[in-house]
Each structure stands twice: as structure tokens, then as C-alpha cells.
Ligand binder design. Structure first.
Ligand SMILES: [Zn+2]
Ligand SMILES: [Zn+2]
Ligand SMILES: [Zn+2]
Ligand SMILES: [Zn+2]
Ligand SMILES: [Zn+2]
Ligand SMILES: [Zn+2]
Length: 180
């Protein structure tokens, strides 16, 4: 009899331990019990497109190389002087004073040289003309990014494993959730 009680007690203890430690495994529906989910960064492709800022410009515009961003370049007629020798406006370059009816007399404006040092007709004496490359803005639309300011590049995904999946964080990769 004593033996039976002892044996019964043993079984009771065994079951109580079993009951107190009872765990219910619930299948994880986030990962369909696989423990892994498809990478949300690359969608499982292991590569993804990313927009990176263009190195060659600021917000799609880069400095005009033709004028170094100045918007104007040195006048190619007067070479920046602003002044050029041009035919005298009185004698038309001949050097003759046509108002004089007698023998040759030198033009009273140019002194007979026919040329006068005058403001350049192209730059109006400024020595500089607007840059045609940038229309005087000093900046041009970036050719590297077509003015978008960024480029789309394809990057290898570092967030997932070789199968394009990441560990399910709901179940910590176990595929099931333990409920006590
Ligand atoms: Zn899961
Ligand atoms: Zn990925
Ligand atoms: Zn320019
Ligand atoms: Zn000029
Ligand atoms: Zn003259
Ligand atoms: Zn650019």
C-alpha cells in the first residue's frame, strides 16, 4: 500500500511538472511557419534601386565650364579691352576730309588715319559678353543626371540572406510562437 502511494505521488509530481511547464506552440502566420519572410527592402530580388545624389551638380545644376560660372565670357572682338580700332565715323575709313573742296586734307576727326579707337561694337565697351553656353546664368543643367539632381542606381541588398529573405521577427525565426 505504501508502495502504491509512493508510486502515485511520483506520477502526480510528474504530471504537475508537465502541466506547469505546458507550452502551446502556435504557428506563426507572419512567416507561414517558415521562420523567414521576404525582404521588404528588395522584395526578394537581392538587389534594389536607390536614388543617390548626383556628385556632379547641386540640385541638377552644375557650374558652366565655358564661363566658370561667371555668366559672361571675355569678348572675342576686343579681347576684353572694351575698345577697338574701328573705321572713322566721319571719313568712313578713308582719312580724307570730304567737306574740303580743295586738295587733300586729312580728316579732322581721325587725323587722316581713317581709324578711331572706339568702344567695341560687340560688347559695347564692357570687354565681356554674355555666355551663350549658359545664357548668362553661370549654371547649366547637369548632363550626368539630366537635371534631376540624383541618379538611380541598383544596389546589392545587404538586409537579407542569400535567399532574399530575412528572419521573421514575430517568431524569431522559429516558425511558431510559444504561448504559456
Ligand atoms: Zn514567423
Ligand atoms: Zn533584401
Ligand atoms: Zn556660361
Ligand atoms: Zn568687345
Ligand atoms: Zn576720319
Ligand atoms: Zn547632376
Amino acid at each position: 500500500m505504501y508502495y502504491f502511494i509512493k508510486h502515485f505521488l511520483k506520477i502526480f509530481i510528474f504530471f504537475s511538472i508537465l502541466l506547469s511547464g505546458c507550452e502551446t506552440k502556435i504557428p506563426c502566420n507572419s512567416c507561414n511557419s517558415t521562420g523567414k519572410i521576404i525582404c521588404s527592402i528588395c522584395g526578394g530580388d537581392k538587389v534594389y534601386d536607390s536614388d543617390v545624389d548626383c556628385d556632379y551638380c547641386i540640385k541638377g545644376y552644375s557650374e558652366c565650364r565655358e564661363c566658370d560660372g561667371e555668366g559672361e565670357i571675355k569678348c572675342h572682338i576686343c579681347f576684353g579691352n572694351g575698345m577697338v580700332y574701328r573705321p572713322c565715323y566721319v571719313c568712313g575709313g578713308s582719312g580724307h576730309d570730304f567737306s574740303w573742296r580743295g586738295d587733300y586734307r586729312p580728316c579732322y576727326v581721325c587725323g587722316g588715319s581713317g581709324m578711331l579707337y572706339q568702344p567695341c561694337f560687340l560688347c559695347g565697351g564692357q570687354g565681356k559678353i554674355p555666355c551663350e553656353e549658359c545664357n548668362g546664368d553661370g549654371v547649366v543643367v547637369c548632363s550626368h543626371c539630366s537635371g534631376r539632381g540624383y541618379n538611380t542606381v541598383t544596389l546589392d541588398c545587404d538586409f537579407c540572406d542569400d535567399d532574399g529573405k530575412i528572419t521573421c521577427d514575430k517568431c524569431n525565426g522559429k516558425g511558431y510562437i510559444i504561448e504559456k
